[in-house]
Design a protein around this ligand. Structure first.
Ligand code: FAD
Length: 369
């Protein structure tokens, strides 16, 4: 066996940034991933000339100029601005909730009229201390927005009635009193022209880095712990410790991808289905991320589902119960010599891409300073 300095478990964004930076410092790294491709959840695959986001729509956005410059080393980004729309039983509304949404809902034209309408609905509901998600949402944005744009979507996402969900899930609902359909407030946003996979490909393209795919860490955990001086682990933290404090919960998703013999299916990259009856939460039409004009189009329906072992763990359920379990694992992780835990599964945290890059660069700084 070659003398490696590091084993990186997971060729996702966290592991790849770490490997790239470590190789830049002359370290030898072995990267393993249990999937048959690199890039983790940001993986994009070219189908019919369209870069398909295989694990859900990914839009890069950040306020941090350093992170924006960092990621731009690996790809050129386009001017894509995320402006999803909501389809409620055939009625179309702009998201996030803004003057376009309010105009369509109520015919109001000025911000004052919109504010008055929301206040009127909040007052009519008379909710003082919200006891559940439904009451929380109504107390924030009133009944109409809640009924048409929040309720069905949220219930599908969580697989439970809004009256049975805790209020804390919705801390705030962004409401904007301008005619601005840009979903994010960040200074920088875009989609890498040619997809995300190239970013990770370039990060791992170094003679000091060897990548082995379809290799599960747990097939040879003891051997790896024995033979590598240092391990960067981006898999599930509870699995690393044999689930000894219990299993952390996630929400999962099922993706149904179809190639259609038409140029333009829905006219927008992201359409949310906010009624309760439609079983999926959104349809992604991937070509619109890159303003594509291919003859065919590729769409993906996203069906939320309860996670059980063996499913892809997408969204950590950061409620009190799970966070308490996670903290016990974190305590153990801190006492585990020579293993650095990172990424969304290692830290049991919903990280956006810019946050993962930030966290990986912070880990690099700590490791090499
Ligand atoms: P991952 O990408 O999950 O990488 C971890 C890797 O480790 C995986 O490849 C996995 O196969 C591998 N692994 C796990 N266990 C083992 C094991 N035992 N042995 C070997 N390999 C293992 N972010 C944004 O900024 N904008 C968005 O619009 C956005 N949309 C998203 C939509 C969805 C549906 C999801 C789920 C996430 C979205 N994100 C978005 C977040 C983004 O995907 C993450 O920030 C990023 O992918 C996290 O990188 P990571 O390296 O931590 O984890």
């Amino acid at each position: 066996m070659k003398a490696y300095d590091y084993l990186v478990v997971g060729a996702g964004l966290f592991g790849s940034v770490f490997a790239y930076e470590a190789a830049k410092r002359g370290k030898r790294i072995k990267v393993i991933d249990k999937r048959n491709h690199i890039a983790g959840n940001i993986y994009t695959e070219n189908i019919e000339g369209v870069n398909v986001h295989k694990y859900g729509a990914h839009i890069f956005h950040t306020n941090d100029k350093e992170i924006w410059n960092y990621v731009n080393q690996f790809a050129e980004f386009n001017r894509y601005t995320n402006s999803p729309i909501a389809n409620y039983k055939g009625e179309i509304y702009n998201l996030p909730f803004n003057m376009n949404t309010f105009n369509k809902l109520w015919g109001v034209v000025t911000p004052d009229e919109a504010k008055a309408k929301i206040e009127e609905q909040k007052a009519a509901a008379g909710i003082d201390k919200p006891k559940n998600l439904e009451e929380q949402a109504i107390s924030l944005v009133g009944t109409d927005i809640y009924e048409k744009l929040v309720k069905g979507y949220t219930e599908k996402q969580w697989g439970r009635k809004a009256t049975e969900l805790p209020a804390f899930i919705i801390k705030r609902l962004p409401v904007r009193f301008t005619y601005d359909n840009n979903y994010f407030n960040d200074k920088y946003q875009g989609i890498p022209i040619g997809g995300y996979t190239q970013i990770v490909e370039k990060m791992l393209e170094n003679p000091l880095i060897d990548v082995e795919l379809e290799k599960d860490f747990f097939e040879s955990k003891d051997e790896y712990l024995r033979e590598f001086p240092r391990i960067v682990y981006t898999g599930m933290i509870d699995q690393f410790f044999d689930y000894q404090f219990g299993t952390l919960e996630y929400r999962s998703l099922e993706f149904e991808t179809t190639i259609l013999e038409q140029e333009n299916y829905q006219g927008n990259a992201v359409v949310n289905y906010t009624d309760a009856e439609t079983p999926y939460t959104r349809i992604i039409e991937h070509k619109h991320f890159e303003f594509g004009h291919q003859e065919k189009t590729v769409i993906t329906k996203e069906y939320p589902k309860t996670w059980s072992k063996g499913d892809e763990p997408y969204y950590p359920v950061n409620d009190k119960k799970n966070n308490e379990i996670f903290n016990k694992y974190l305590e153990l992780a801190r006492k585990t010599p020579n293993v650095l835990f990172g990424g969304r599964l290692g830290m049991y945290k919903y990280y956006d891409m810019h946050q993962v890059i930030g966290a990986a660069l912070a880990a690099v700084k700590k490791e090499f300073n």
